[in-house]
Design a protein around this ligand. Structure first.
Ligand SMILES: Nc1nc2c(ncn2[C@@H]2O[C@H](COP(=O)(O)OP(=O)(O)OP(=O)(O)O)[C@@H](O)[C@H]2O)c(=O)[nH]1
Ligand SMILES: [Mg+2]
Length: 206
């Protein structure tokens, strides 16, 4: 069994649902209350793909502009970025280009997933799928909902799979040991055994 750590950044405009997605992933809950993030929070999730155990360090960056200098200081060394917009908020989609360019600045081509959140609000949707696909044809795209959990785990499994592929093609990745106190669920797909664990070691960073 090989163990590695991946640094993953959740970014996008304020209010698109980054913190709610992370709460759904790590605690399986949704509380509907909006408390704007301040700076950056960290949560950890372990995903096992076959013999690879990946500790996903997921950094939830505040979307509000006034925290930009703090959040930018966390970009360095990012292996993957999940760029989130709100399917009911056109402006948040128009800002995806900005978040993509932020990721291109400091990093060595991180894995990118583009995510339209709030898919449960289908009646209020203002960003059509055709526009998303036409604007970003080469990005892996997911639609998810922190309310009902649709596609939340799938996004992180995709990131873990891409990360393993990059490791195998010689990306050097630092290994770190984590104290674990976790529960796990097993997902078995056609050719891979995937296990997802939550580690309860939340750190408030700033
Ligand atoms: N209907 C619906 N509401 C959601 C969903 N995800 C988040 N919300 C709501 O949207 C609001 C903003 O969610 P947050 O997760 O705090 O947004 P954020 O992107 O972390 O915002 P910042 O911390 O300011 O960057 C909250 O009221 C959430 O309850 C979703 O999938 N569906
Ligand atoms: Mg937040």
């Amino acid at each position: 069994m090989s163990k590695t750590t991946a640094k993953i950044l959740l970014i996008g405009e304020s209010g698109v649902g980054k913190t709610a997605m992370l709460q759904r992933l790590t605690q399986g809950t949704f509380d509907g209350i909006y408390t704007a993030s301040v700076g950056v929070d960290l949560k950890t999730k372990v995903i096992k793909i076959n013999e690879e155990e990946i500790t996903m360090e997921i950094w939830d960056a505040a979307g509000q502009e006034r925290f930009r200098s703090v959040t930018q200081s966390y970009y360095r060394g990012t292996h993957a970025a999940i760029i989130v917009f709100d399917l009911t908020d056109k402006t948040s989609f128009e800002m995806v280009g900005y978040w993509l360019s932020e990721m291109e600045k400091d990093n060595n081509h991180p894995i990118i997933a583009l995510v339209g959140n709030k898919s449960d609000l289908s009646n209020a949707r203002t960003v059509p799928i055709e526009v998303i696909r036409a604007t970003y044809p080469s990005l892996r795209y997911f639609e998810c909902s922190a309310v009902n959990g649709k596609n939340i785990e799938e996004i992180f499994v995709f990131i873990a799979q891409q990360f393993v592929q990059r490791m195998k093609s010689n990306t050097v990745v630092e290994y770190k040991e984590f104290q674990t106190n976790c529960f796990e669920s097993n997902i078995v797909t056609e050719d891979q055994s995937i296990t997802i664990k939550t580690i309860h070691n939340e750190n408030k960073c700033c």
